[in-house]
Design a protein around this ligand. Sequence first.
Ligand code: 5GP
Ligand code: ZN
Length: 112
Amino acid sequence: MSTCLFCRIAQGEIPSKKAYEDEEVLVFHDINPAAPVHLLMIPKEHVDNLLAVEPRHTALLGKMLALAPRLAREQGATDGFRIVINNGPDGGQEVYHLHMHVLGGPRPWKRL
Ligand code: 5GP
Ligand code: ZN
């Protein structure tokens, strides 16, 4: 059994509110949303973060980026959205399984 939280979510061992799933990708709602729409998009394969990405992952990363606008819109972010990927300690990463935050809805959050 994996000890990685998001691997366990991907395997269904820990429940999540799913927004999208296919063979390679799972999208679920963040448990502690920072915006009206706050999705987490993960590859089902464990990859720590962008620092661990290999050339074979590039198509998957492109697919995830291309999926984001559709999912953001479906979840109610009809007027734009933001993608955030935190990488490593200085990047503020808390869960070490690569994930894209998809943030949308009226903007309560601060500018970068
Ligand atoms: P990071 O800081 O690593 O970029 O983001 C981790 C995100 O995962 C945080 O926004 C946090 O709220 C979310 N999170 C942590 N544990 C869980 C969980 O068990 N379920 C869900 N749905 N989200 C989680
Ligand atoms: Zn993992």
